[in-house]
Design a protein around this ligand. Structure first.
Ligand code: NDP
Length: 602
């Protein structure tokens, strides 16, 4: 934050104006048509390139104790935590051909975790695994997901390349009826959903995208048969190809350096530049991360969460870009929550933010040789308007002779596609291959979107009930009218940048609820009153982020410029406090959501 001393009120005023102009350039005049989904004529973009031939199998008609929808970290952790509680038949159902979720689908060259591996990879204490890099490559993370699944015996009963198509509560039998797209219809006493938040890929709504005749794919379905190589690089198939990449978010930042190394020529089509901070990836030893006693990983993860939640700790163990920035901003927020002085908070926030962003822009100038290119790579918005990125290779790639940055901000993205390539500012860029690093739809996966119909007691559809009255939960995890259904990672819980930590806390909670219900022969279901109290608690302390998002450049953090709803979508006091609350509640109040079963049949 060294640049803060040089900022006068005039500087801040000019910056505000610059941000406004840049934002206007990027808001689409028609307000729509930003993205296409990968179905119908574009369905091929979503096909699984990693699963191989889908083997025929018998449809199932049996009964299990718990069905876990989703085989990413959420589902795996739910399964593992249930096993630790002695639960017997657990069936994980997963759309992909194996475990890993995000890390199953995303195998693009250069993929790495952008959170420190030692806090991101869950169950390190339980598996005895110590990552070797501060920021692990994707394949190591995927293998760790499989390691947990194997250790906790989740593989034999798992159904891969299978999507759950409906969940229906049968009150007579007090079980869920689960159907899938492979013709299965089986019964399950409990259902845990862990369907992820960023799992439906999206395509850019570029006019004429269907007319392009070159090769094309999305980064979350990497076509190694075409490019050659592996996630480590060596993309020999691109040696004679003109490649275009659309998208400069967290994915684009990681993939561009690898493409630049191996493609004959690379065009990077940018609409909004990311903030690209120092990465500093390095090999680490067990001693570096204090992996010398039981519980070291749990302690480190907790430390990271507390720092990024703005709490004061003795030592910041991870000490990276996340803890420096997120911690600072969260500290300002928590002091605002304590003192309620909005004007002072906004002024301090703006000053810190401007200093941070000036540093980010200065780095672009230092690294990128061509001043014109450097200017286009500078982000003009507030930090955290978009997910921050970290790389020591991305900006450097623009110093290569075979890389051109094509700025598309004035035309709100690529103007149109032709059979041969992409048109921007009247120039046609001929491309052999167009790679889409255009991200994922937020909030369309999971049960609340309606893609997976859930019918609870008395035939009530969860999606319809929530559409009419807003989401209704206790702790974001259970809902009245939907007995024995636990939703991980959803609304009215507490988010954190380290999402696997959040998922693990939810998984521990889900397993404890199910174990308590099994022990007492009970059903898990909160009362309407418990939901009302929880929603009121979320609403009471909901910090008003609308002012911040309204001034941000468009992206999925602010619903593409439309602004995020400011309702009670989260527990207001942060993830660390939320986890403490869940722990206490399990000890003192779990009986409140348990009611006797009326059947003994299952
Ligand atoms: P994002 O949604 O963050 O980025 C999509 C990109 O596509 C943006 O740069 C967007 O531009 C651009 N774009 C979309 N349409 C057009 C168009 N018509 N013309 C030009 N550009 C266009 O997706 P990512 O896949 O990069 O990241 C998604 C999330 O996945 C991250 O935020 C992060 O949560 C996660 N992730 C995590 C990683 C990790 O290491 N943990 C690594 C990678 C991803 P614009 O900004 O102007 O809309």
């Amino acid at each position: 934050m060294t640049h803060s001393q040089t900022l006068s009120p005039e500087d801040l005023g000019a910056l505000r104006e610059r941000y406004r102009i840049e934002r206007e350039r990027r808001v689409r005049p028609d307000g729509s048509g930003q993205y296409l989904s990968a179905d119908a004529e574009f369905g091929y973009y979503a096909e699984d390139p990693y699963a191989g031939e889908r083997a025929e199998r018998e449809s199932l008609r049996d009964r299990v104790d718990v069905t876990v929808v989703g085989g990413g970290f959420g589902g795996i952790l739910a399964g593992a935590r249930l096993r630790q509680r002695g639960v017997g038949r657990i069936r994980v159902v997963e759309k992909g051909g194996g475990f890993g979720g995000t890390w199953y689908w995303n195998r693009y060259p250069g993929i790495h975790c952008d959170i420190e591996s030692h806090v991101y990879l869950p169950m390190l204490d339980e598996t005895g695994y110590v990552p070797e890099w501060k920021y692990a490559p994707g394949e190591e993370i995927r293998r760790h997901a499989v390691r947990i699944a194997e250790k906790f015996d989740l593989c034999a009963d798992a159904l891969f390349s299978t999507s759950v198509t409906s969940l229906t509560w049968d009150g007579t039998d007090e079980t869920w009826i689960v159907t899938t797209d492979r013709g299965d219809t089986f019964r399950s006493r409990y259902v845990v959903t862990a369907t992820g938040t960023l799992s439906e890929l999206k395509l850019p709504g570029i006019p004429g995208i269907g007319t392009y005749r070159g090769h094309t794919f999305h980064t979350s379905r990497w076509d190694y048969a075409y490019t050659g190589g592996t996630p480590d690089g060596g993309l020999t198939g691109l040696a004679d190809k003109r490649v275009g990449v659309v998208g400069t978010g967290a994915t684009g930042i990681q993939v561009v350096p690898k493409l630049a190394e191996d493609a004959a020529y690379l065009y990077v089509f940018q609409r909004t530049p990311s903030t690209v901070d120092v990465r500093g990836n390095r090999r680490t030893t067990a001693a570096d991360v204090g992996a010398d006693h039981d519980g070291w990983a749990r302690e480190r993860r907790e430390n990271f969460l507390r720092v990024t939640s703005g709490e004061t700790v003795e030592e910041d163990l991870v000490a990276d870009g996340w803890t420096a920035s997120a911690g600072l901003l969260e500290k300002l927020l928590s002091s605002f929550r304590r003192q309620g002085d909005r004007a002072a908070f906004e002024a301090a926030y703006e000053l810190n933010d401007a200093a941070k962003m000036n540093g980010i822009r200065a780095r672009v100038e230092e690294v990128v040789a061509d001043p014109g290119t450097a200017e286009k790579l500078k982000p003009w918005y507030r930090y955290m308007c978009k997910r921050p990125t970290f790389s020591d290779l991305y900006l450097q790639a623009f110093n290569r002779d075979n890389v051109t940055l094509v700025d598309t901000a004035d035309t709100h993205g690529i103007e149109r596609m032709t059979e041969r390539g992409a048109v921007v500012g009247g120039t046609e860029y001929e491309l052999d291959c167009l790679i889409l690093a255009t991200g994922f739809s937020v909030g369309v996966s999971g049960v609340s979107s309606g893609r997976l119909p859930v019918t609870g007691r008395d035939g009530v559809r969860l999606q319809e009930a929530w559409r009419a009255h807003g989401p209704r939960t206790l702790h974001g995890l259970t809902s009245n009218g939907f007995p024995n259904l636990i939703q991980l990672g959803g609304t009215q819980s507490a988010p954190s940048v380290n999402f696997t930590h959040v998922l693990d806390e939810h998984a521990v909670h889900a397993a404890a609820l199910i174990a308590a219900a099994e022990e007492r022969g009970a059903i898990v279901e909160p009362s309407r009153e418990a939901e009302d109290d929880w929603i009121a608690l979320c609403a009471e302390g909901a910090p008003d982020h609308a002012w911040f998002h309204a001034e941000c450049t468009p992206g999925y953090y602010n619903a593409e410029g439309r602004g995020r709803p400011n309702g009670p979508t989260a527990y207001p006091h942060g993830a660390a406090a939320f986890h403490d609350l869940l722990r206490r509640w399990r000890e003192e109040s779990v009986g409140e959501v348990l009611r006797p079963r009326s059947t003994t049949a299952n």
